[in-house]
Design a protein around this ligand. Structure first.
Ligand SMILES: NC(=O)c1ccc[n+]([C@@H]2O[C@H](COP(=O)([O-])OP(=O)(O)OC[C@H]3O[C@@H](n4cnc5c(N)ncnc54)[C@H](O)[C@@H]3O)[C@@H](O)[C@H]2O)c1
Length: 336
């Protein structure tokens, strides 16, 4: 990622030189971008806990000789690994999970083990190690069948997948832990995050990296349904900003809440595809196939709560993020 200056802008106010942060899932897409920010801004220590099931050491390659960086291969479904990972840590940002709604429908037990048991293990380990604050990745999937638009944090519907159940459970556990054990928690409901380090391979790859593969490297492009469904596509720098603001905020009113993390821009999948095609200079057309189970029609965030309490101010609209992402895929994948 060295060719991008994405993380020059600071989103924290005080020095990070005395703070140790654990990033679970730090070898994955969003986690490795958080690690990049923290190391670029002089953190005392950043430790990654990751079992490399869906993450890659190549995402952390640039930091392997940095004395402030430590990689711990371990599994959050094993409490002892979580305890070890939390030793000497001030703040946790918990990104590790098995992503993907279709994966969770195919194998709900695996999703529950990683996302629910793993989450509870991490909360217990953080509590027992005296960690001050636990920031964690939730998801827009918790809105389930709610038809409210844009979605405000209180507009919860019925979850539509085991993945959504696991993320909603995380929010409930976090609330209970802050209530009973005093650990500060902040949940971040990401809306369709994309950008550098996102994996374009495997059966559960997300739409944007798949479109990159199609339009840059000649793979097939598939759109589910008519492509008129809309999403609030969020460039990863915005998600990193939300994490940094949540980790370091001094606003007590911001604590023990959950926030939408998005841009508040509704973009159809068809428009998204055409924008990537234009940036990539390729007019290949996608193939349309049947809608997927559990997919919702429209997903747009109201981000006013994060603006109000965290001072969150997304810097990238989806088009700016897509230009950076197309360049990144061109430079980092060779017919991935
Ligand atoms: N990318 C998105 O659009 C999006 C949207 C909503 C929520 N989220 C959530 O954000 C977080 C990060 O997502 P991402 O897109 O970076 O996914 P990712 O798959 O790239 O990263 C997740 C990381 O967690 C690790 N992991 C999985 N199971 C583990 C276990 N048992 N022990 C230790 N490590 C384990 C994986 O190896 C991987 O490196 C996840 O919690 C995900 O559910 C992502």
């Amino acid at each position: 990622m060295s060719e991008f200056k994405m993380y020059d802008t600071p989103f924290h106010e005080s020095s990070l030189a005395n703070t140790s942060v654990l990033v679970t899932g730090g070898a994955g897409f969003i986690g490795s971008n958080i690690v990049t920010y923290l190391l670029a801004h002089g953190i005392k220590k950043v430790r990654v806990l990751d079992n490399l099931s869906n993450g890659f050491l190549r995402n952390l390659e640039a930091f392997k000789n940095n004395p402030a960086f430590e990689f711990m291969e371990g599994d959050m479904t094993v409490l002892a690994d979580c305890n070890k990972a939390c030793e000497g840590i001030d703040l946790v940002t918990h990104q590790a999970a098995l992503g993907s709604v279709p994966r969770s429908i195919k194998n709900p037990l695996a999703t529950s083990d990683a996302n629910t048991t793993g989450f509870l293990n991490m909360l217990l380990a953080a509590r027992d190690a005296g960690v001050k604050r636990f920031v964690y990745a939730s998801s827009s999937s918790v809105y389930g069948d709610s038809t409210a638009s844009p979605k405000k944090e209180e507009n919860l519907g019925i979850p539509l997948s085991p993945y959504a159940v696991s993320k909603l459970t995380n929010e409930l556990y976090a609330r209970v832990f802050s209530m009973h054990y005093g650990i500060e928690t902040i949940g971040l409901r990401y809306f369709n995050v994309f950008g550098p380090n996102q994996d374009p391979n495997g059966p559960y790859a997300a739409a944007i990296p798949l479109f990159m593969n199609a339009l840059l490297f000649g793979k097939d492009a598939v759109i589910y349904g008519d492509g008129e469904q809309t999403r609030d596509f969020t460039f990863v720098e915005n998600a990193v900003q939300a994490n940094i603001r949540a980790l370091f905020t001094t606003n007590n009113e911001a604590l023990n809440r959950v926030y939408n993390v998005a841009v508040s821009e509704a973009v159809s999948v068809n428009d998204l595809y055409q924008t990537i095609a234009t940036i990539a200079g390729n007019n290949k057309q996608p193939e349309y196939v049947a809608e997927r189970k559990g997919d919702i029609k429209n997903s747009l965030a109201d981000i006013s709560l994060a603006i109000k309490y965290l001072g969150y101010a997304p810097r990238y609209k989806h088009k700016d993020g897509l230009s950076i992402t197309v360049n990144w895929f061109k430079n980092n994948y060779n017919n991935a």
